[in-house]
Ligand binder design. Structure first.
Ligand code: CDP
Length: 797
């Protein structure tokens, strides 16, 4: 390092806890969200939704709506059908009704749309539409879906004689059978991960603007994946792709909710084409909760073959997934139940077998990966609940049982029994840090003492590694589109730069961290770099931001394109310094002559030379694009430990401590990483404690508003103690980073639930399904029995 070398933290490079640049506009109320946009001549669209969960439509009379002054268009399923748009393909090779024609299949389904001068007229006109329904029996869970004589929900599909969507399996059934034959004992667990909703602050919406003169369609919309939407619009609406521009402005939270294509988007686009005016659709909160992509809603059942000394010999797992009325999960094509088979990846288990069955029900479709890599949340929840049950059955210490079965540091790369390749981690070290932080031995003593006085303390551990960063393109595609990403970097002549990616942040801080990666690679101060995402006319192609894939894939592309720029800058430096390239050394922000370190040129000087003094024959300019296809997923590891006290009189439980040890490899921005972990733990606490969407026997959605669907505020949310001591760089990511965005939401719920179950130890209670509402905990404790199923469904129903 020469005397002129830059201080990387000072310039906002890798490892700098740089304040989020996007917050300058967010905290001043200067964000630019879809609903902030007003275009000249813009009309407004509202949707009429079905009040019933399952019914045949016998007639739709929209004449009164058409008569209301200010109404420009009423769209119904029949009109959509004349343009072949009544149905659209889903991300899971199924079809989904855009506007219902034959039947409604869930409460809240889109039946008609009105486009009017303002949203109030449109809403009134929706109410003037007369729809006659003939009710059909609703199905609200997988057990009803496969029951003898169940009505077929998808009778629109040829050859669909029942409600089963798929049967899928992975793993080695025979080897797993052998493991169970050799077992000293078998531990079993059955649970339900309730339906939940990502519930971002901003609901979904779009403004479609078709210009007949230019034949160009511009759509401003709340999407986490603008390029995928552009391709979908081109294919579904049969419009030329280069005449479609998708702009995803600021997004007020996505969490997976803004990945799918929703009927509202399609209808606003068709309305704009028909009316040749911009058409805005902004969903209300109830519409968002009852009709857009839900998450989870699966029943998991498994058993673990154990040796007396604590070694896990094998695992069997079965999953019944309730996909709602249309199979529209956003997930890689190959895997019917997402990446559920990442379960148990942290443990060295010789054999495993997973079976999954997907069924239709009269509930909203979606199956989005809510802050999750395609069912990884359910996988890790089941894994850590099962591990706790097995350790308890063996009478073994929870920490010792995990440690004994962890994949060891020297065993990487490790092939999991369900087929993934994990490549790095220090699981034991992370556990040590967490146990020390929580004062494990001391807490166990206090727990014993407290119990003698009638007080119930509990400690729950959750340890997990999860796959973040789909692709690679060999194994991961969505509807055949391979999963990779790209980044474009333009360095202007004064050394300032703009970087664009095909990702689309929704609050994660990409505008801050992508600049830090460029800064790390080129030594350009982060404040001299602007980041832009979300406009398909300017951003290079990408699969979007979800499943914590941005840093592993788009972030890697940012590093790779910076390296291409550095390679060209090196040639410019050699020219400026009048030496050959081989004689040049690089240090942050500067090339210098190896034999004379004081003779050097900065990256900014190279940038100027690219426009003013390039060598003969060199293409001018300093810009490039890199496509990045990751060799593997990234595998962060985490330990979450929660301690609680349960009040035996009321079933209320209070969190005493939450310790989080996250190893996400190299942290680009430690402060942002901590924010991601705190947000994830808050959502984990919400899932464990209060949050669920359920349905009554008629299929009415309970959880359609924030009185029923509870979000934790700062008041309820406990404090978190975060640890960053363990850093295992990702061996294949250019800067050693692994994803982090969803880890705590994925691994956290089991820690909270395990803590409550631990507090109840000795009562025979093995399971209380989430959310652990006080009455359910009280019931379990008082009657010494498991409480299963989604409230208000009771265990004995
Ligand atoms: O795909 P998404 O942005 O939701 O998740 P992510 O890639 O895990 O990143 C979430 C945020 O944390 C981004 O701003 C990342 O750049 C940042 N991050 C980081 O600073 N260091 C890491 N090792 C991983 C993510």
């Amino acid at each position: 390092m020469t005397a002129q070398a830059l201080d990387e933290i000072k310039i906002g490079g890798l490892g700098a806890s740089r304040k989020r640049v996007e917050d300058n506009r967010f905290i001043r109320g200067k964000g630019n969200y879809t609903d902030d946009i007003t275009l000249p001549g813009m009309l407004h669209m509202e949707i009429l939704r079905s009040p019933l969960a399952h019914a045949r439509i016998t007639s739709i009379d929209a004449s009164k709506a058409w008569d209301i002054p200010g109404v420009h268009l009423v769209l119904t399923g029949d009109m959509m059908a004349t343009r072949n748009l009544a149905w659209m393909p889903t991300l899971s090779y199924d079809t989904q009704a855009v506007l219902a024609t034959d039947k409604v299949r869930f409460q809240g389904q889109e039946v008609a749309c009105v486009i009017a001068d303002d949203p109030y007229i449109a809403k009134d006109a929706c109410e003037a539409i007369d729809v006659e329904y003939e009710p059909l029996p609703p199905i609200v869970n997988p057990m009803q879906a496969v029951a003898e004589g169940a009505p077929v929900i998808r009778d629109d599909k040829e050859n669909q004689a029942d409600n089963v969507i798929y049967n899928w399996e992975v793993g080695d059934a025979a080897a797993t059978d052998r493991a169970f034959e050799q077992a000293d004992m078998v531990s079993r667990l059955k649970l339900h991960y309730p339906r939940s909703h990502p519930s971002p602050i901003e609901c979904c919406g779009s403004i479609a603007d078709f210009n007949r003169a230019t034949e160009k369609l511009t759509v401003y919309m709340t999407t986490q994946a603008p390029h995928i939407i552009r391709a979908a619009v081109a294919l579904v609406a049969e419009l030329p792709e280069h005449m479609i521009r998708i702009i995803s402005p600021d997004i007020g939270g996505g969490f997976g909710n803004k990945v799918p294509v929703y009927p509202g988007y399609v209808c606003s686009i068709l309305a704009s084409i028909l009316l040749e005016r911009p058409v805005k659709w902004i969903e209300d909160k109830t519409g968002n909760l009852i009709s857009t992509g839900f998450a989870r809603d699966i029943y998991l059942d498994g058993e673990m073959a154990l040796r007396q000394d604590g070694k896990i010999l094998g695992v069997r797992m079965h999953c019944d997934a309730d996909h709602g009325a249309f199979f529209s999960d956003a997930q890689p094509s190959k895997f019917k139940i997402g990446l559920l088979h990442s379960a148990f990846a942290a443990y060295d288990i010789p054999a495993a077998h997973l079976t999954a069955r997907g069924t239709y029900s009269n509930k909203a479709p979606g199956g989005v990966a809510y802050r999750c890599s395609f069912r990884v949340t359910e996988a890790m929840f089941f894994q850590e609940r099962m591990v706790q049950a097995a350790a308890d059955d063996l009478g073994m210490d929870q920490a010792a049982f995990r440690r004994m079965n962890f994949v060891r540091d020297e065993d990487f790369p490790h092939r999991t029994p369900l087929g993934f390749l994990t490549d790095s981690g220090q699981y034991g070290k992370c556990l040590d840090v967490a146990l020390k932080a929580v004062g494990y031995e001391e807490f166990r003593k206090q727990q014993e003492e407290a119990r003698a006085k009638g007080r119930l303390f509990g400690l729950g551990i959750s340890t997990m590694t999860e796959p973040l960063g789909a692709g690679n393109s060999r194994e991961y595609d969505i509807l055949g589109i391979k999963m990779f990403d790209s980044a474009e970097l333009k360095v202007h002549m004064t050394g300032k730069a703009i970087v664009r990616t095909g990702a689309r942040g929704q609050g994660q801080g990409h505008e801050t961290t992508w600049a830090q990666i460029v800064s790390h690679e080129l030594g350009i101060p982060a404040e001299d770099i602007v980041v832009e995402e979300g406009d398909t006319d300017t951003a290079p192609f990408g699969m979007g931001t979800y499943a914590s894939r941005s840093t592993p894939v788009a972030g890697a592309a940012v590093a790779m394109v910076s390296r291409k720029i550095r390679a060209k800058a090196r040639k410019l430096a050699a020219h400026l310094l009048e030496v050959s390239e081989e004689d040049i050394e690089w240090e942050l922000g500067r090339f210098y002559v190896r034999s004379a370190p004081d003779r050097g040129v900065t990256i900014q000087e190279c940038a100027m030379a690219a426009y003013s003094n390039m060598p003969d024959g060199m293409e001018p300019g300093l810009e490039n694009t890199a496509y990045y296809d990751p060799p593997n997923l990234t595998w962060p590891f985490a330990v979450y430990i929660v301690t609680v006290e349960v009040d035996p009189a009321t079933g209320v439980w209070d969190v005493l401590t939450t310790v989080a040890v996250d190893d996400c490899g190299v942290r680009i921005n430690p402060m942002i990483v901590e924010g991601q972990i705190m947000g994830g733990l808050t959502e984990a606490y919400a899932m464990a404690n209060m949050q669920f969407i359920t349905f009554d026997a008629e299929g009415n959605c309970i959880g359609s508003n924030y009185m029923d669907y509870l979000l934790p505020t700062a008041w309820e949310t406990p404090g978190f103690e975060l640890h960053s001591e363990v850093v295992t760089p990702c061996p294949h990511h250019p800067i050693g980073a692994k994803g982090i965005g969803e880890c705590a939401a994925v691994g956290g719920p089991a820690a909270f639930v395990n803590a409550v179950i631990d507090a109840l130890s000795g009562t025979g209670v093995r399971n209380i399904d989430m959310p652990l509402l006080p009455d359910r905990v009280w019931e379990a404790l008082t009657y010494r029995r498991d409480v299963s199923g989604a409230p208000p469904v009771r265990s004995d129903d």
